[in-house]
Design a protein around this ligand. Sequence first.
Ligand code: NAI
Length: 344
Amino acid sequence: MKKLAFFDAKPYDKIWFDQLKESYNFKIKYFENKLNEDTAAMAAGSDGVVAFVNDTVDAPVIETLYKQGIRILALRSAGYNNVDFKAAYNKIHVVRVPAYSPYAVAEHAMALLLTLNRKIHRAYNRTRDYNFSLNGLTGFDLHGKTIGVVGTGKIGQVFIDICRGFGLQVLAYDPFPVEGKQIEYVSLSELCSKADIISLHCPLTKDTHHMINSQTLSQMRDGVVIVNTSRGALIDSEALLEAIKSKKVGAAGLDVYEEESELFFEDFSNTIIQDDILARLVSMPNVIVTSHQAFLTNEALHNIAETTLKNLKSYFDGEELKNEICYQCDKAPTCEKKHANRCF
Ligand code: NAI
């Protein structure tokens, strides 16, 4: 039975991994700690490592894991911007869960948009206090408005279908457009200037880092609603805060935040938060921050556990690693996987 070191473990992860681990012949040691330089040594004695979005898989961590004999790291996420792939190459195979439920994330993006627009968060608090006033709760019809979708991969496409159900006009930006879906593609600046609502569904890369910044914000329509369920650093948070203060941005729904790694998934309700930008954003009536929870459905958690364990089993059984990713896959989606259908 192979042993796995499982970092950043939460009760909702354990439920699904515990249900499946024996059928895949794994023993799992759960650590609540995030994986980083200080905690990587905890994986000693394990055959593989399981990590999540806010674990740090940088060169020192990879070196420590490698020295402990670990050759496989399974991300239980689709995103992989937290991995130094150059450092991992030829040392540790990195596998991920490319799709577990695009519906979970797309539906959460729409939930943020509907809540912000119809002020459900405020109405909920008001009526609990028997305040039945409607002042300040006016929204707008989504029907007939224009939504700009940045990134039309698995999640973006599901989100577009949902938007079409609401009668929204969809414009999209993606350097790799999909065919046959009748999506109207425009440049990012045209999208910014025409959209009433903008929703981000692209990965965080060098190219997309701070793609929403003071310059792109200035191109947007006054009162634009921004939804980000992708990765926090797609948005320059300071520029967003200024744009909310100046009323350029009418509302923002943020499931991700660029400095989230030390905060999200944990309870800081008894602590004074030192991140002034986040604290200010959270205090705004027209901002909703959720704690990277867009993925959090039963279906997604089950699929994450199943694919992660299958990925690990494929590695230990010497089979093809179809969900492996390396720095070459990252550059061109056609990494040749030359060696026994593995990246190296
Ligand atoms: P995907 O790989 O299917 O689609 C990503 C799309 O973004 C592709 O069509 C790609 O061509 C496009 N893209 C690449 N560079 C771009 C750029 N510069 N500008 C615009 N588009 C660009 O990925 P999927 O499954 O749709 O996920 C999208 C993102 O959602 C992930 O990268 C991840 O960061 C985030 N995510 C967030 C979750 C959450 O719980 N909040 C859960 C799962 C994913």
